[in-house]
Design a protein around this ligand. Structure first.
Ligand code: AKG
Ligand code: FE2
Length: 190
């Protein structure tokens, strides 16, 4: 069975599409349950037309990854749900936005509470502080809007150079301006 790393920074965890969880769980979660919320909270990030995702669980423990350094996600909007187990410390923290001129509080720490999730902008710099003990697992769903990212890659800040990919890939569609994706219509009708 394929076993990719959840992302380029977390070493321990599982990509949920490899477990076949997209169709029955993650796509309905994004489309039916999260979209009404993200449409209201993140209109400027394509919150009403988040049309793909990369979902994974990340694992932290004393002998594996302890923490996660500051980064922004390859996502317009991210869902982060604490799955437990028992752990101490390991708070999530937020810093400035990547490429956002508006002033925001310099540093905000959020304690993970089991079975609770939070939504944040993918472009907001964040990281995870070291756990003190135990094992921490989180469900992370990086949600993408092709409408937004087809215009500018959020990671390199340039016009995307598309290559073929399996499944949702990195969430880009079509061939940019000449061939706008069908999701444009969905968004316009929302
Ligand atoms: O472990 C966490 O709570 C954060 C994980 C994260 O930021 C990520 O995987 O992009
Ligand atoms: Fe992240």
């Amino acid at each position: 069975m394929p076993k990719g790393r959840p992302n380029t920074m977390n070493n321990y965890g599982v990509l949920l599409n490899e477990l076949g969880m997209d169709e029955g769980f993650l796509t309905p979660l994004r489309e039916q349950f999260l979209r009404p919320i993200t449409a209201l909270l993140y209109p400027e990030l394509g919150g009403s037309c988040l049309d793909s995702h990369r979902a994974f669980v990340v694992k932290y423990s004393l002998h594996e990854d302890l923490d996660l350094s500051s980064h922004y996600d390859n996502a317009e909007v991210t869902l982060n749900v604490s799955l437990g187990k028992d752990f101490t410390e390991g708070n999530l923290y937020f810093e400035d936005f990547y490429k956002d001129p508006s002033p925001v509080p310099k540093y905000l720490e959020v304690e993970h509470v089991g079975a609770q999730g939070l939504l944040h902008r993918g472009g907001q710099i964040h990281g995870a502080l070291p756990i003190g003990s135990g094992e921490r697992w989180n469900l992370i769903v990086w949600m993408r809007s092709s409408l937004i990212r087809n215009q500018l890659c959020p990671m390199c800040n340039s016009k995307p150079q598309l290559v073929e990919a399996e499944g949702f890939g990195d969430g880009f569609t079509g061939t940019l301006e000449e061939d706008m994706p069908e999701t444009v219509d969905v968004c316009a009708l929302w």
